[in-house]
Unconditional design. Structure first.
Length: 99
């Protein structure tokens, strides 16, 4: 797998090191053995879920992460200043007539 990195999963207010595929500069897709063998998309800056969705197939998670990066990537640098910001809602409100 290309672009495999180690990152800090901070979902439960603890830091757990995980490996995942980096998508763009701000997203990472990780496979979780302990959560029903599913995949998740993480915010690389905060270490928390970018979306609260579990994917049964890692390829689906990667495709969604790539789509999110292509559509919302210009908003992701907000996470550098506000790591817990809901950039998807911010994007919705910043575009005329929403998304």
């Amino acid at each position: 797998m290309k672009n495999v990195i180690t990152f800090a999963d901070k979902v439960n207010n603890t830091t757990v090191r995980k490996k995942g595929k980096k998508v763009g500069d701000y997203l990472v897709v990780a496979y979780e053995f302990d959560k029903g063998h599913s995949s998740r998309i993480y915010n690389l800056v905060s270490g928390k879920f970018a979306l609260d969705i579990q994917f049964a197939n890692i390829d689906d998670a990667e495709a969604v992460a790539e789509f999110l990066d292509s559509q919302f990537g210009e908003y992701f640098p907000i996470w550098d200043i506000y790591p817990n910001a809901d950039v998807f809602s911010l994007a919705k409100w910043s575009v005329m007539d929403g998304i």
